[in-house]
Ligand binder design. Structure first.
Ligand code: NAD
Length: 355
């Protein structure tokens, strides 16, 4: 028995935040006897410096053979002049492709103690608890494209949006399954008043819904959804959408939470899934020991929930993060007079104490 977790710290603050998350996993392991083990691998600029490539085969193979991947972040100015195909960020695309990461889950949950940090009014944000389920390896980002062609005497470019029924079927099932362990509501987002792909999307989601009659299904046009996220974000439980709309809506939803340092994500794969905070490698604060580790710690909680099916342990981590914030601990980007200023290690200690 036991579970093997591959940890890929990456670049910049990646090392600091993943070591915090592993400390929290070790603490929760003691409490729930999960028998977790860890294997460390390189990716991004760090891997480029050592091996000449951003994603060594050994990293991908280890990731495939693991029960879950905990990823920090990659990138940084140091590698700005590296040949485009070898840039650190290519590691993410390689992992997405290699692990078949077809869905991105982005939860946005605003703790009562943090409503004041949101750009929205506190009364709109209180109680927000939603997750965006975005299709990740299809749609317009992966369709045929033309960079430049001449037609009727004018230069033009084009990108093809393209979805198949099996692609929509797979992501829709994941959204309904996600709603099952949450509050039982899915809002499917498309632009079916204009786009053929959206009409196929809506039709397919409705068919899959036949198998999930206990789940409530709503449909929204993407423009309306963007507006509703700002006007009444508490109405959402699970938002299901395609790659392009999901990219935009998940960044809009992320700011509701107040700091990108707090936000986790999961990328669900056909065999192994990958968990990472939504922020980048933050080169401006790398090595200073002041990064907020909560986004990565909550990503580790998602790994326990979705890959290891250890719901109780996942909830324990989430509650410990809430309690550390309630106790007044704040990392630099959230600190205000009256709170306890915490560096990365102090914040992690406070969370472990609350476990
Ligand atoms: P970023 O998310 O790294 O940083 C944006 C701002 O947020 C910075 O001021 C940073 O200090 C702050 N920040 C980010 N995470 C924080 C945390 N945990 N605690 C406190 N403050 C935090 O975005 P960027 O500056 O646009 O990108 C930096 C590098 O990261 C680039 O090379 C970019 O390509 C890469 N990047 C990687 C990923 C990834 O690995 N998944 C995602 C986005 C960007």
């Amino acid at each position: 028995m036991g579970y093997k977790i591959v940890v890929i710290p990456g670049d910049g603050i990646g090392e600091e935040i993943t070591s915090s998350a592993v400390r929290v996993l070790e603490a929760v392991d003691k409490k729930f006897n999960l028998d977790l083990s860890y294997e460390y691998h390189d990716a991004g600029g760090t891997a480029y410096d050592k091996f000449g490539v951003p994603l060594p085969d050994s990293t991908l193979e280890a990731a495939k053979a693991s029960d879950g991947v905990l990823f920090g972040a990659v990138g940084g100015d140091k590698w700005d002049n590296v040949e485009p195909t070898l840039r650190p960020e290519k590691a993410i695309l390689g992992l997405r492709k290699g692990l078949g990461l077809y869905a991105n889950l982005r939860p946005v949950k605003v703790a009562d103690t943090l409503v004041e940090y949101s750009p929205l009014k506190p009364e709109l944000v209180k109680g927000v608890d939603l997750v965006i389920v975005r299709e990740l390896i299809g749609g317009i980002y992966f369709g045929e494209r033309c960079e430049s062609e001449m037609k009727d005497g004018a230069e033009r470019a084009w990108d093809l949006e393209n979805y198949s029924v099996p692609e929509v079927d797979r992501i829709a099932r994941l959204a309904f399954e996600t709603a099952k362990i949450r509050r039982g509501k899915v809002t499917s987002v498309d632009k079916s008043n204009v786009l053929a792909t959206s009409r196929l999307w809506r039709r397919t989601v409705a068919q899959i819904h036949e198998e999930y009659k206990d789940i409530e299904l709503d449909n929204l046009y993407v423009d309306n959804c963007a507006m509703q996220l700002a006007v009444k974000p508490t109405q959402f439980d699970v938002i299901l959408t395609g790659n392009l709309f999901g990219d935009i809506l998940s960044d809009e939803a992320a700011v509701i939470g107040g700091s990108i340092g707090l936000m986790p994500s999961a990328s669900i794969g056909t065999c192994t899934s990958l968990y990472e905070p939504i922020h980048g490698s933050a080169p401006d604060i790398a090595g200073m020991g002041i990064a907020n580790p909560i986004g990565t710690i909550l990503s580790a909680a998602m790994l326990l929930r979705y890959s290891l099916k250890q719901e109780e342990a996942a909830v324990a981590i989430e509650k410990a993060c809430d309690r550390a914030l309630e106790a007044g601990y704040r990392t630099g980007e959230l600190w205000k007079p009256g709170f306890t200023k915490a560096d990365t290690v102090t914040m992690t200690d406070a969370i472990i104490k609350e476990l």
